[in-house]
Design a protein. Structure first.
Length: 160
Protein backbone atom coordinates (compact mmCIF):
# COMPACT_ATOMS: atom_id res chain seq x y z
CA UNK A 1 0.00 0.00 0.00
CA UNK A 2 1.39 3.40 -0.91
CA UNK A 3 2.07 5.57 2.09
CA UNK A 4 3.12 2.92 4.58
CA UNK A 5 6.78 3.48 5.39
CA UNK A 6 9.36 3.74 8.16
CA UNK A 7 8.50 5.59 11.36
CA UNK A 8 10.20 8.83 12.32
CA UNK A 9 9.57 11.83 14.52
CA UNK A 10 6.04 12.86 15.39
CA UNK A 11 4.65 16.41 15.10
CA UNK A 12 2.06 17.80 17.46
CA UNK A 13 -1.39 18.60 16.05
CA UNK A 14 -2.61 22.11 16.63
CA UNK A 15 -6.34 22.02 17.22
CA UNK A 16 -9.11 24.20 18.55
CA UNK A 17 -8.50 25.98 21.86
CA UNK A 18 -11.94 27.58 22.34
CA UNK A 19 -15.39 26.83 20.98
CA UNK A 20 -18.38 28.96 20.01
CA UNK A 21 -21.53 28.21 18.03
CA UNK A 22 -21.81 29.84 14.61
CA UNK A 23 -24.98 31.77 13.86
CA UNK A 24 -24.63 30.70 10.21
CA UNK A 25 -24.34 26.91 10.48
CA UNK A 26 -25.40 26.34 14.09
CA UNK A 27 -22.23 24.25 14.50
CA UNK A 28 -19.25 24.72 16.78
CA UNK A 29 -16.34 26.83 15.57
CA UNK A 30 -13.55 25.91 15.43
CA UNK A 31 -14.17 22.38 14.15
CA UNK A 32 -12.73 20.04 11.55
CA UNK A 33 -14.44 19.14 8.28
CA UNK A 34 -13.07 17.46 5.16
CA UNK A 35 -12.89 18.40 1.51
CA UNK A 36 -15.86 16.95 -0.32
CA UNK A 37 -14.25 17.02 -3.78
CA UNK A 38 -10.88 16.39 -5.44
CA UNK A 39 -10.53 20.02 -6.58
CA UNK A 40 -11.46 22.91 -4.27
CA UNK A 41 -10.38 26.53 -4.54
CA UNK A 42 -9.25 28.50 -1.50
CA UNK A 43 -9.90 32.23 -1.92
CA UNK A 44 -8.64 35.45 -0.37
CA UNK A 45 -12.16 36.38 0.79
CA UNK A 46 -15.68 34.99 1.18
CA UNK A 47 -16.95 35.33 -2.40
CA UNK A 48 -16.09 34.25 -5.93
CA UNK A 49 -14.99 37.84 -6.60
CA UNK A 50 -11.87 37.24 -4.49
CA UNK A 51 -8.76 35.75 -6.11
CA UNK A 52 -7.89 32.08 -5.73
CA UNK A 53 -4.92 31.73 -3.39
CA UNK A 54 -4.75 27.95 -3.21
CA UNK A 55 -6.18 24.96 -5.06
CA UNK A 56 -6.67 21.87 -2.93
CA UNK A 57 -6.61 18.61 -4.87
CA UNK A 58 -7.21 16.03 -2.18
CA UNK A 59 -10.69 14.79 -1.39
CA UNK A 60 -10.99 13.98 2.30
CA UNK A 61 -8.28 16.40 3.47
CA UNK A 62 -9.28 17.66 6.93
CA UNK A 63 -9.42 21.45 7.35
CA UNK A 64 -10.00 23.43 10.52
CA UNK A 65 -12.95 25.81 10.17
CA UNK A 66 -12.04 28.94 12.12
CA UNK A 67 -14.66 31.42 10.90
CA UNK A 68 -17.95 31.39 9.00
CA UNK A 69 -20.06 33.66 6.87
CA UNK A 70 -23.40 32.63 5.38
CA UNK A 71 -22.03 30.46 2.54
CA UNK A 72 -18.28 30.55 3.15
CA UNK A 73 -15.89 29.04 5.66
CA UNK A 74 -12.46 30.39 6.62
CA UNK A 75 -10.27 27.33 7.01
CA UNK A 76 -6.75 26.50 8.14
CA UNK A 77 -4.99 23.65 6.36
CA UNK A 78 -2.34 21.30 7.80
CA UNK A 79 0.41 23.65 6.59
CA UNK A 80 -1.13 26.59 8.47
CA UNK A 81 -2.43 28.48 5.41
CA UNK A 82 -5.79 30.20 5.88
CA UNK A 83 -8.23 30.72 3.00
CA UNK A 84 -11.98 30.96 2.35
CA UNK A 85 -13.79 27.91 0.93
CA UNK A 86 -17.43 27.69 -0.15
CA UNK A 87 -19.43 25.73 2.45
CA UNK A 88 -20.71 23.20 -0.10
CA UNK A 89 -17.10 22.11 -0.74
CA UNK A 90 -16.83 20.74 2.81
CA UNK A 91 -18.44 17.88 4.66
CA UNK A 92 -18.34 16.58 8.20
CA UNK A 93 -15.99 13.66 8.25
CA UNK A 94 -14.04 11.21 10.26
CA UNK A 95 -10.72 11.55 8.48
CA UNK A 96 -7.37 12.69 9.78
CA UNK A 97 -4.00 13.22 8.15
CA UNK A 98 -0.83 11.70 9.53
CA UNK A 99 1.55 14.64 10.16
CA UNK A 100 4.79 12.71 10.44
CA UNK A 101 5.80 9.11 9.84
CA UNK A 102 4.42 7.05 12.72
CA UNK A 103 3.72 3.50 13.85
CA UNK A 104 0.28 1.91 14.12
CA UNK A 105 -0.01 -0.35 17.16
CA UNK A 106 -2.47 -3.13 17.94
CA UNK A 107 -3.49 -1.47 21.24
CA UNK A 108 -3.27 2.15 22.46
CA UNK A 109 0.17 1.57 23.96
CA UNK A 110 3.64 2.15 22.51
CA UNK A 111 4.72 -1.28 23.81
CA UNK A 112 1.87 -3.02 21.94
CA UNK A 113 2.84 -4.95 18.78
CA UNK A 114 3.33 -2.88 15.64
CA UNK A 115 0.79 -3.38 12.85
CA UNK A 116 2.13 -0.95 10.25
CA UNK A 117 4.32 2.09 9.72
CA UNK A 118 2.39 5.00 8.23
CA UNK A 119 4.01 7.75 6.20
CA UNK A 120 3.29 11.44 6.73
CA UNK A 121 0.39 12.88 4.67
CA UNK A 122 -1.54 9.59 4.54
CA UNK A 123 -5.26 10.09 5.16
CA UNK A 124 -6.73 7.68 7.70
CA UNK A 125 -10.27 6.90 8.77
CA UNK A 126 -10.62 8.12 12.32
CA UNK A 127 -12.27 6.19 15.12
CA UNK A 128 -12.44 7.16 18.77
CA UNK A 129 -9.63 8.97 20.57
CA UNK A 130 -8.77 8.77 24.24
CA UNK A 131 -5.78 9.02 26.55
CA UNK A 132 -3.57 10.38 23.76
CA UNK A 133 -4.31 7.58 21.25
CA UNK A 134 -6.71 7.31 18.30
CA UNK A 135 -8.13 4.23 16.63
CA UNK A 136 -7.56 4.51 12.87
CA UNK A 137 -7.77 2.48 9.70
CA UNK A 138 -5.59 2.86 6.63
CA UNK A 139 -6.27 0.45 3.79
CA UNK A 140 -6.54 -3.03 5.30
CA UNK A 141 -4.75 -1.97 8.49
CA UNK A 142 -6.59 -1.17 11.73
CA UNK A 143 -5.01 -0.10 14.98
CA UNK A 144 -3.98 2.81 17.18
CA UNK A 145 -1.65 5.77 16.63
CA UNK A 146 -0.60 8.58 18.95
CA UNK A 147 -3.12 11.45 18.73
CA UNK A 148 -0.27 13.96 18.44
CA UNK A 149 0.66 12.38 15.08
CA UNK A 150 -2.67 13.39 13.51
CA UNK A 151 -4.13 16.56 11.98
CA UNK A 152 -7.92 16.61 12.01
CA UNK A 153 -8.82 15.63 15.54
CA UNK A 154 -10.22 17.70 18.36
CA UNK A 155 -7.41 17.91 20.90
CA UNK A 156 -9.86 17.78 23.83
CA UNK A 157 -11.26 14.45 22.57
CA UNK A 158 -7.79 12.93 22.32
CA UNK A 159 -6.99 13.84 25.91
CA UNK A 160 -9.93 11.97 27.46
Amino acid sequence: MTGLLLAGSVAVAEGPTYVRVSKFSGKEVPRFESLKYNAVNGRAGPSRDHPILWRYERKGLPLLIIKESQNWRRVRDPEGAEVWVHARMLEPGNRAMVQADTVMHREPDAMSPEIARIEATVLVELGSCERGWCRVSAGQYRGHVPARALWGIETSAAAL
